[in-house]
Design a protein around this ligand. Structure first.
Ligand code: ATP
Ligand code: MG
Length: 419
C-alpha cells in the first residue's frame, strides 16, 4: 500500500514530463490565437454544484463522484469535470456583466470513481473550453475549430468529427415521449441500466455501449427529426460554419453526451487508434446551465478533452515530442578546489538563464563524462589543478567532440554567445 499509488492514478515521471509540457505549451499557443484566457477553479466544490450542473441522472453523479464530508460537516466533491466550476465562477464573479462572450480555457485534474482501463483513470486531466454569453452557431464551430487546430498543431491525423443536435427544453420533451414509446416495446431487449434509464433519462440509452442494446438503439427514432424550428436553424447554421471552416464531419444521431445540461449542438472527436475509449474530445452547447446553477439565462458552449487519451493517440501515431535539453553545460571536476570553482561558475551561468550542473556524488572524471552524456549536456567543461592554475578550462562540445580552452572570465560570454 505504502509504495503503491491508489488504483486508477498515475505518476508523471521526470523523464516523461516533457510530453505534458509540450502538449500544455501547444494548448497555450492555440488558445491564445483563438482569444481564450485561462481560468483556474478549485479542485473541490460543494457537491450540490455537480448534482445541479452535471445532472442527477448522469453516471457521473450517480456512480462516479468522489464525495466526502469535510470537518465542518459540508458535503464536498472532487471535480469530476471542469464545466460546473467554471459556470459557478462565472456567476459568483458576475462575469456576465463584462462584454460577452467570455472565452475561457482550463487545464485541470478530474476525479471519477470508474473501473480503470486503457484510457480510463480515476484521476485524469482535462483541457477544456468554456464560452459563455454567445448564442450563435459560429461559436459552436469556433470551439470545434480550436480543438481541431490543437490536433493539427500536434500532428495528429485520422480523427473523426461527429456532430448531432439534442434539441432544447422546448422540443426535447416531445422527442422524449416518442423515444420512450419506441423503447417501451423493446424493454426486454435492453440491459438493466437502460431499463432504469427508460423513465428518468431515455436519451442516455442511445449512448449505451452494451452489445445487447445495439439492435434496439439502431432502430430508435432520431432527435434530429424532431427539432423545433429554432434548433433546426441552429443546426443548419452549425453545418454551414463547419463547411466554411473546411471541416469534414459526420452526423451521428446517437451522440447524446453523458451530461444532462446539453442543448442543441453536441459533438465528439474520436480516434480509431486507441481502442474502446476512443473519444478524445467531447462537447457541445449548454444554454440552460448557467441558469440551472443559479445565474442569469446565459448560453454556453465548450468541450472537455482528455489529456491522457490525447497522449495515447500521440503514442499510437508515433509522434515524437521534442524534449527540451535540461543541461546546457556540465562541469566535470578533479579535486575539491575545482569543485568549488565549478560551483561558482554554475551559479553565475544559472543566473544568466543557462542550465548548468556539476557532480555532487563524488564520481570519477570518466563517470562524470558518462553522466553528462546521459543528461544530454551540450557542453562539458573540465576543471582540474592545471586549469585552476591557468584560470581557464577546457570546453568540449559533446555532439562534435570539438574542444577549446576558455578563460574563466570569458566562460559566461562564450556560452551566452552559443545560446
Ligand atoms: P466516456 O464515454 O469515455 O466515459 P465521458 O462522456 O464520460 O467519456 P466527458 O465527461 O465528456 O467523457 O469528458 C471529456 C473527456 O474526458 C472524454 O472525452 C475523455 O477524453 C476524457 N475522460 C473522461 N473520463 C475519463 C477517465 N475516466 N479517464 C481518462 N479520461 C477520461
Ligand atoms: Mg464516462
Amino acid at each position: 500500500m505504502l509504495t503503491k499509488a491508489p488504483k486508477g492514478t498515475k505518476d508523471v515521471l521526470p523523464q516523461e514530463v516533457y510530453q505534458w509540457h509540450y502538449i500544455e505549451d501547444t494548448i497555450r499557443r492555440v488558445t491564445r490565437a483563438f482569444g481564450y484566457r485561462e481560468i483556474r477553479t478549485p479542485v473541490f466544490e460543494h457537491t450540490e454544484l455537480f448534482e445541479r450542473g452535471v445532472g442527477g441522472t448522469t453516471d457521473i453523479v450517480q456512480k462516479e463522484m468522489y464525495t466526502f464530508q469535510d470537518k465542518g460537516g459540508r458535503s464536498i466533491t472532487l471535480k469530476p469535470e471542469g464545466t460546473a466550476g467554471v459556470a459557478r465562477a462565472y456567476i459568483e464573479h458576475k462575469l456576465y456583466a463584462n462584454p460577452q462572450p467570455v472565452k475561457m480555457y482550463y487545464l485541470t485534474p478530474c476525479y471519477r470513481y470508474e473501473r480503470p482501463q486503457a484510457g480510463r483513470l480515476r484521476e485524469f486531466h482535462q483541457f477544456g473550453i468554456e464560452v459563455f454569453g454567445a448564442p450563435e452557431a459560429s461559436v459552436d464551430v469556433e470551439v470545434i475549430a480550436l480543438a481541431m487546430s490543437l490536433f493539427r498543431e500536434l500532428g495528429i491525423q485520422g480523427l473523426a468529427l461527429k456532430i448531432n443536435s439534442i434539441g432544447c427544453p422546448r422540443c426535447r420533451p416531445v422527442y422524449h415521449e416518442v423515444l420512450k414509446s419506441y423503447l417501451s416495446h423493446h424493454l426486454k431487449d435492453l440491459c438493466r441500466t437502460c431499463k432504469d434509464r427508460h423513465e428518468k433519462n431515455p436519451l442516455r440509452i442511445l449512448d449505451c455501449k452494451t452489445e445487447n442494446c445495439q439492435p434496439v438503439i439502431k432502430g430508435a427514432p432520431h432527435m434530429l427529426d424532431h427539432l423545433c424550428e429554432e434548433c433546426s436553424e441552429h443546426f443548419e447554421d452549425t453545418k454551414r460554419f463547419l463547411s466554411a471552416a473546411g471541416f469534414e464531419y459526420e452526423i451521428d444521431p446517437m451522440i447524446v453526451r453523458g451530461l444532462d445540461y446539453y442543448t442543441k449542438t453536441v459533438f465528439e472527436i474520436v480516434s480509431d487508434s486507441i481502442g474502446a475509449q476512443g473519444t478524445v474530445c467531447g462537447g457541445g452547447r449548454y444554454d440552460g446551465l448557467v441558469e440551472e446553477c443559479g445565474g442569469p439565462g446565459v448560453p454556453g458552449v465548450g468541450f472537455g478533452l482528455g489529456l491522457e487519451r490525447l497522449l495515447l493517440v500521440l503514442e499510437s501515431q508515433n509522434i515524437e515530442m521534442p524534449e527540451r535539453v535540461v543541461c546546457d553545460v556540465y562541469f566535470a571536476t578533479i579535486g575539491e578546489k575545482a569543485r568549488v570553482k565549478a560551483f561558482e561558475l554554475v551559479q553565475l551561468l544559472r543566473e544568466k538563464g543557462i542550465s548548468a550542473d556539476m557532480d555532487h556524488v563524488g564520481r570519477s572524471l570518466k563517470a562524470q563524462f558518462k553522466y553528462a552524456d546521459k543528461l544530454g549536456a551540450r557542453f562539458v567543461g573540465t576543471i582540474g589543478d592545471d586549469e585552476l592554475a591557468g584560470r581557464q578550462l577546457r570546453l568540449k562540445e559533446m555532439a562534435t567532440g570539438y574542444e577549446e580552452t576558455v578563460d574563466f572570465d570569458r566562460i559566461i560570454d562564450c556560452l551566452e554567445a552559443k545560446y
